[in-house]
Design a protein around this ligand. Structure first.
Ligand code: AP5
Ligand code: MG
Length: 212
């Protein structure tokens, strides 16, 4: 079995876009802690109500809440996962190994990109409310404004994709990423790809990483 895949990268670096392609072309299961948290908010659950304000501000939800959500939504015995959005800090990297992956083999891939490119990507992102397809008004616009090309459902904008919150999200990323990279680098489990390239080129680099 191939190693479980961990995608590391700043907000807007393309983790969700590439994960969708890995799912459809290579048969991975995609688990995004951001998506799981947004689902909790939408359902109005107690957990959702607790985390909503934190996510709206662009800050990190506490490690154990996210770990619990992750653990109850994955089954490593039968699936090969892409972990997207977890870990976000050194503590979460240790928790992922110790409490989720245990003895499963894993490899982390860092989406390298100049952070100055990301605000424009994020503010222009739209997501399908039906199938989750990710669009961009600048680089991947839908054929008909506000409507998903794939399933015809309405496109929506994420609440945290506004200028103010994006600034905070990028700052949080800057403040937390280095120890995570060092953690995987020290164990020889880290690959790096150029995430500023066009989506097809990013996918080719990522695919190579899954073959190592
Ligand atoms: P989360 O949902 O994980 O968001 P994020 O990390 O901020 O990442 P994004 O989903 O914004 O970016 P992405 O890399 O997936 O980019 P995408 O492919 O969509 O987290 C949200 C919040 O949840 C956090 O702020 C936190 O509050 C909470 N949270 C989540 N996990 C947590 C954790 N572990 N611990 C604590 N809190 C947690 O692409 C972006 C745009 O760019 C799209 O429009 C796309 O079309 C475009 N694009 C993609 N690739 C390219 C390309 N190569 N060229 C040009 N445009 C491109
Ligand atoms: Mg994402």
């Amino acid at each position: 079995m191939k190693p479980q895949l961990i995608l590391l990268g700043a907000p807007g670096s393309g983790k969700g876009t590439q994960a969708a392609r890995l799912v459809s072309e290579l048969g991975y299961e995609h688990i995004s802690t951001g998506d799981l948290l947004r689902k909790e908010i939408k359902s109005g659950s107690e957990l959702g109500q607790r985390v909503q304000g934190i996510m709206d501000e662009g800050k990190l939800v506490d490690d154990h809440t996210v770990l619990e959500l992750l653990n109850s939504n994955c089954d490593l015995k039968s699936n090969q996962y892409i972990f997207d959005g977890f870990p976000r800090n050194h503590e979460q990297a240790k928790l992922l190994d110790g409490e989720v992956l245990k003895d499963a083999k894993s490899r982390a891939v860092y989406f390298e990109i100049d952070l100055d490119m990301l605000a424009a990507r994020l503010i222009n992102r739209r997501t399908c409310s039906g199938c989750g397809e990710i669009y961009n008004l600048l680089s991947k616009a839908p054929a008909k404004e506000g409507v998903c090309d794939k399933c015809g459902a309405e496109l929506t904008q994420r609440k945290d994709d506004n200028e103010e919150t994006v600034k905070t999200r990028l700052q949080v990323f800057k403040d937390t990423v280095e120890p995570v990279l060092s953690y995987y680098e020290a164990e020889g489990r880290l690959g790096r790809i150029d995430a500023s390239a066009a989506p097809d080129a990013v996918f080719d680099s990522l695919k190579k990483q899954t073959e190592l």
